[in-house]
Design a protein around this ligand. Structure first.
Ligand code: SF4
Length: 294
């Protein structure tokens, strides 16, 4: 493996000159703010995350403040960010940080990984971006940039945590602070320049060393990725059911939920999955509510 294709000096200079000014990147942002941003950004674009992130940090500036909120409050404040199980994961992590870590977000990867709801990506992103640690931070964007620039492939194949981490680890500069900055730069490159559908190679700082570009940009011919639809999916129906509960101040009767989607089979399946996921609870008298909201 060579890092020539993704030269750290080039990428860090590019990042210093062009990085988007995002609130969780500012020096005054706390590690807690970074953790909240990383969970929110996993499946939601920056523009939708930013206002909600500000509101969360204003309302819950520390892990213990969030831990003191009810799950129902947290789910309401999650609003329309989607994939609301993330809100409960964040709440569970905040509770563990408040109870076992003196209300301070841990800085090392293993301790972060031991927190509930914190996975391989989030643990390393927090260690790198909140604490400047040297560790491989691998998300979809980074995998795509490495696949193209280093391996000359049009896109990354199916993820493999072990292989992907080793792949990116080999690229990191030795210096700890540089490595963290480099991780942020590679991710930014994938988000704003080397995008999945239309990479802007002419604007790319590593164009000269990019193996995919040099090879004439061969088409990706690995396994197809599942297409993320929304309309008509269980995800949409789950969202509609949760909207009813978020907009209500307490438990609702079944008929209120039945009104949001005509297909009874799909509706029942979605409601069951929300109950299983702990996003909805049923009261003793058969009504439905957000967790703890009754
Ligand atoms: S040259 Fe093009 S394909 Fe290569 S890293 Fe830059 S944007 Fe991506």
């Amino acid at each position: 493996m060579t890092s020539a294709a993704l030269d750290p000096d080039v990428l860090i200079s590019w990042f210093d000159a062009t990085a988007r000014d995002l609130p969780w990147r500012r020096p005054e942002c706390t590690p807690w703010g970074v953790l909240v941003s990383e969970i929110m950004l996993q499946q939601t674009p920056v523009a939708r995350v930013e206002p909600v992130w500000h509101e969360w940090l204003r309302r819950w500036p520390t892990p213990s403040a969030l831990a003191a909120a009810s799950q129902a409050e947290v789910l309401r404040a999650w609003g329309k960010l989607g994939y609301p199980r993330r809100a409960l994961r964040l709440h569970a992590a905040a509770t563990a940080i408040a109870e076992h870590h003196g209300d301070a977000v841990p800085s090392d990867v293993d301790t972060l990984l031991a927190l509930p709801g914190i996975g391989a990506y989030t643990a390393r992103a927090v260690a790198a971006f909140a604490y400047g640690r040297r560790c491989p931070v691998v998300d979809t964007n980074v995998r795509r940039v490495v696949a193209r620039a280093v391996h000359g492939a049009g896109d990354a194949g199916p993820p493999s945590t072990t292989r992907d981490l080793a792949d990116v680890e080999a690229l990191l500069p030795a210096d700890e602070a540089d490595a963290a900055r480099y991780s942020a730069a590679v991710m930014e490159l994938g988000q704003v320049v080397c995008t999945a559908r239309s990479p802007r190679c002419v604007d790319c700082p590593v164009l000269d060393g990019c193996a995919w570009h040099r090879n004439g940009r061969p088409a990706y011919n690995g396994p197809a990725k599942p297409v993320q639809k929304f309309a008509g999916t269980d995800r949409q129906v789950r969202g509609l059911l949760l909207d009813v509960l978020r907009d209500s101040s307490g438990p609702v009767v079944r008929a209120r939920l039945d009104a949001v989607w005509a297909d009874a089979g799909q509706r029942d399946r979605c409601l069951d999955s929300l109950l299983v996921d702990g996003l909805v609870e049923q009261t003793d008298d058969g009504r439905f509510a957000l967790p703890g909201d009754h």
